[in-house]
Design a protein. Sequence first.
Lengths: 114, 111
Amino acid sequence: SQQGEEDPQALSIQEGENATMNCSYKTSINNLQWYRQNSGRGLVHLILIRSNEREKHSGRLRVTLDTSKKSSSLLITASRAADTASYFCATDAFGGGSNYKLTFGKGTLLTVNP
Amino acid sequence: EPEVTQTPSHQVTQMGQEVILRCVPISNHLYFYWYRQILGQKVEFLVSFYNNEISEKSEIFDDQFSVERPDGSNFTLKIRSTKLEDSAMYFCASSKRTEAFFGQGTRLTVV
């Protein structure tokens, strides 16, 4: 089974519109994080939501977490062309000792057309 | 703002050669990681490092791979004898606890 699967795989919107991306996961988690990756570049940390949180905001980003459905959503409001990137959710599995390994989904490719 | 830095940004190597990828994690972070992303695929966990030892490694991280923290600031990934399938983007990350910050990556091309 795959941990951290995003949908849709690709999303194309017009500048100014909102973009919603979803992430589902299979096993219990401690935290869920969202990252952005511009083509061929590094992973930029966007936001972390803990398993006991339901919603979190950061600027134009809103993240929700529903642990009963094992799903999360990332909403980008008033999108800009510069938001064009791949967006990944990553869940962590707390291992023995002190370890926070992240499992990534395949990502959603967001294209914001000017 | 502190960031994870990786060098080089791009490395081309002959199959069978050894490569060392370098990372400087954020200075007050305690946990260090290597991930890789083969072109068009998911980001995959390779190894985590805490308290000067490997805390977890994936099945990808076989005997050809090793990590070191040779001094107080650097964190390296060595691939002893590179294979064509090692071609990927390699990301270093660090965290205080759960919030992991990634470097810009090293694109490794094995020819």
